[in-house]
Design a binder for this molecule. Structure first.
Ligand SMILES: *[C@@H]1O[C@H](CO)[C@@H](O)[C@H](O)[C@H]1NC(C)=O
Ligand SMILES: [Mn+2]
Length: 401
């Protein structure tokens, strides 16, 4: 190649958007109009196309991009080595992302909520997964705590519409033990004790000694049934009797021959809503019970164990218990509690290996995330003084919900 040609290439290839710079001598810069046209032509994704991120959201590895900002992030924690029964929730984040494929920004209007969380004020990203080690739980907890604290302490893009100006994380689990590192991070970021709303068949406030074994170690203390006990011990949870945390959907068997587990739970400042109360109170009554206790001001961490649903609706989970809520009931309850001041959330215990190809467990998990996103975005709209879109029904009165 002659020197003159090399110089010519250096000049013409210097700009970013050039076509055929080393080819046949034809050089053309791409205008913004042309790039927009390409986007219109090829940028669209069908539900079933594209690389699997949550709801086709942009994917950024936020942990390796410290300057990336967001209002709400989806973050995967593929960790399942603290389970007491079936393992497999490490595949939960992948399954939930795949099951979210029919959530798109262009058809993301939540008719129950009256907003489209994907076309509103909030910048929402899929931040990928924390590379949690599967071979050392002490290290795994340290990794998760560090990752949640790092992401959670960034500045929100829209601080005036986010609690304390901080962005919010929605974690795709993973087994339920990840709530401990999540609460550690929130306690550090907000500098205060947290209240928890916990949907689950199980208490998860069990003293580690409630899993009797001659063989124990520091590591055996940390399980997906003891993490709220541990969080209480560490002083992460509100211990004021006027500001308890709430379990909802309970139907677990208890230890031994009495209600000792409930007494331990009372002593840890929890209020319990049993699964069966759905029959007696209905979704509105369950919502009222929860909101009466938690109110709309205190920061609340929302933790959703998919086993709150009946195994008929969510068989792909680690510790299934018959007699749970339907997916529709859970969705109605989640819509009803949209006034909570949510500072973070998780959806855990989705273990896709234990169900068929219908993806019902992961679909329910993806829907839970959609409802939580809707509530977080709607809460910001309330801060803005804006309201959701109200349906105009022909010849009928808008129903109260
Ligand atoms: C709550 O915990 C703090 C320590 O974090 C302690 O000082 C306080 O007495 C506790 N309050 C109640 C009501 O137990
Ligand atoms: Mn649980």
């Amino acid at each position: 190649m002659k020197l003159r040609e090399i110089l010519w290439l250096a000049v013409s290839c210097g700009s970013v958007a050039v076509r055929a710079c080393a080819g046949h001598g034809e050089v053309q810069e791409w205008s913004q109009e042309e790039l927009d046209e390409l986007e219109r032509k090829w940028g669209m994704e069908w539900g079933f196309s594209g690389i699997s991120t949550f709801a086709h959201l942009p994917h950024v590895k936020c942990l390796t991009n410290p300057t990336e900002d967001f209002d709400i992030a989806i973050i995967g924690a593929p960790f399942d080595t603290a389970v007491s029964y079936r393992p497999g929730a490490r595949f939960g984040p992948r399954a939930i992302r795949a099951a979210s494929a029919r959530q798109t920004s262009f058809r993301g209007f939540n008719a129950r909520a009256g907003i489209n969380p994907y076309q509103n004020w909030a910048k929402i990203l899929d931040c990928g997964d924390i590379p949690v080690v599967p071979t050392d739980n002490a290290l795994a907890v340290e990794q998760m705590s560090t990752a949640f604290a790092e992401l959670g302490s960034r500045a929100a893009v829209t601080p005036s519409l986010s609690p304390s100006g901080k962005p919010r994380l929605i974690t795709l689990g993973g087994d339920h033990s990840l709530a401990l590192p999540a609460l550690r991070a929130l306690h550090a970021v907000y500098g205060q004790k947290l209240r928890v709303l916990h949907f689950d068949a199980h208490l998860d406030t069990w003293h580690p000694g409630k899993y009797p074994s001659y063989w124990s170690s520091a590591q055996t203390q940390f399980t997906h049934g003891s993490m709220f006990w541990l969080a209480g011990q560490e002083g992460l949870l509100s211990n004021a009797s006027a500001a308890p945390s709430v379990h909802a959907g309970l139907r677990t068997r208890l230890s031994g021959g009495d209600f000792g587990d409930y007494e331990d739970d009372d002593a840890q400042n929890w209020v319990r809503v049993a699964a069966d109360e759905m029959d007696d109170l209905g979704t509105k009554g369950v919502v009222a019970r929860i909101m009466d206790v938690l109110g709309t001001e205190d920061p609340v961490y929302l933790s959703v164990d998919i086993d709150v649903l009946d195994p008929a609706f969510a068989p792909g989970t680690g510790t299934p218990e018959p007699g749970g809520w339907t997916t529709r009931e859970l969705i109605r309850v989640l819509r009803g509690i949209e006034g909570l001041n949510l500072v973070g959330a998780d959806i855990v215990e989705v273990a896709p290996a234990y169900q068929n190809n219908g993806e019902e467990t992961a679909l329910a998990g993806a829907q839970v995330v959609f409802e939580i996103l809707s509530s977080m975005v709607k809460r910001g709209m309330v801060e803005m003084g804006k309201t959701a879109v109200v349906e105009k029904k022909k010849g009928s009165v808008k129903d109260e919900l």
